[in-house]
Ligand binder design. Structure first.
Ligand code: MN
Length: 213
């Protein structure tokens, strides 16, 4: 019984066009994301085998693989729900997402400042990575992280609530080498209701690290 399973897309392959083509969505979900799910499950099995055989020479590589595949699975699972064909614009109190709008202004000074920083953090990834808006539970504020691969350069315990996939597989078939154009277009499909839902859930678990007495 696999531990991790590929979630269904919450929309059709064509739902995010023209920002993201149906071909990209299908390949990205059915092939790339599926590979991370399989990789996480396979690595857990290999770790179980290593324990059984006390084959600890492989533990270093397996732990790296687990972090890579598991984080890939988690980030893609957030990514799909972060987008909708009816998205875009700014989070507004009138749409029931006022808490998120306030938190963005408190943490980044303005919505425009937040948007510019997440755009730049995503578009300037070197090699493969992500831009992520995350809830940081020690301070209770929102931070932007530039994630290397799927798992590097992120604060321990921070919860990603809005992620932009900046790997080439996310855009190359449509945008070629113009990563910045892809990231700028992404703002048209952001599902603010989903981001706000994730913000509220993360905030309600703010003591998760128990680092304060
Ligand atoms: Mn991806």
């Amino acid at each position: 019984m696999p531990v991790y399973t590929l979630p269904e897309l919450p929309y059709d392959y064509s739902a995010l066009a023209p920002v993201i083509s149906p071909e990209i969505i299908e390949l990205h979900h059915d092939k790339h994301h599926a590979a991370y799910v399989k990789g996480a499950n396979d690595t857990l099995e290999q770790l179980a085998e290593a324990r059984d055989k006390e084959a600890w020479r492989s533990v270093n590589g397996l732990e790296k693989n687990l972090a890579f595949h598991l984080s890939g699975h988690i980030l893609h699972s957030v990514y799909w729900t972060n987008m909708t064909g009816d998205g875009g614009g700014e989070p507004l109190a009138a749409d029931g997402v006022g808490d998120l709008a306030d938190a963005l202004i408190e943490s980044f000074g303005s919505f425009a400042g937040f948007k510019a920083q997440l755009t730049k953090a995503s578009a300037t990834t070197q090699g493969s990575g992500w831009g992520a808006l995350a809830y940081e539970p020690l301070s209770g504020r929102l931070v932007i992280e530039q994630v290397y691969d799927h798992q590097g350069n992120a604060g321990q315990g921070s919860v990603p609530i809005l992620v932009f996939d900046a790997w080439e597989h996310a855009f190359y078939l449509q945008y070629k080498n113009q990563k910045v154009d892809f990231i700028e277009a992404m703002w048209q499909v952001v599902n603010w209701q989903d981001v706000a839902r994730r913000y509220e859930a993360a905030k309600s678990r703010a003591d998760v690290l128990l680092l304060t007495p």
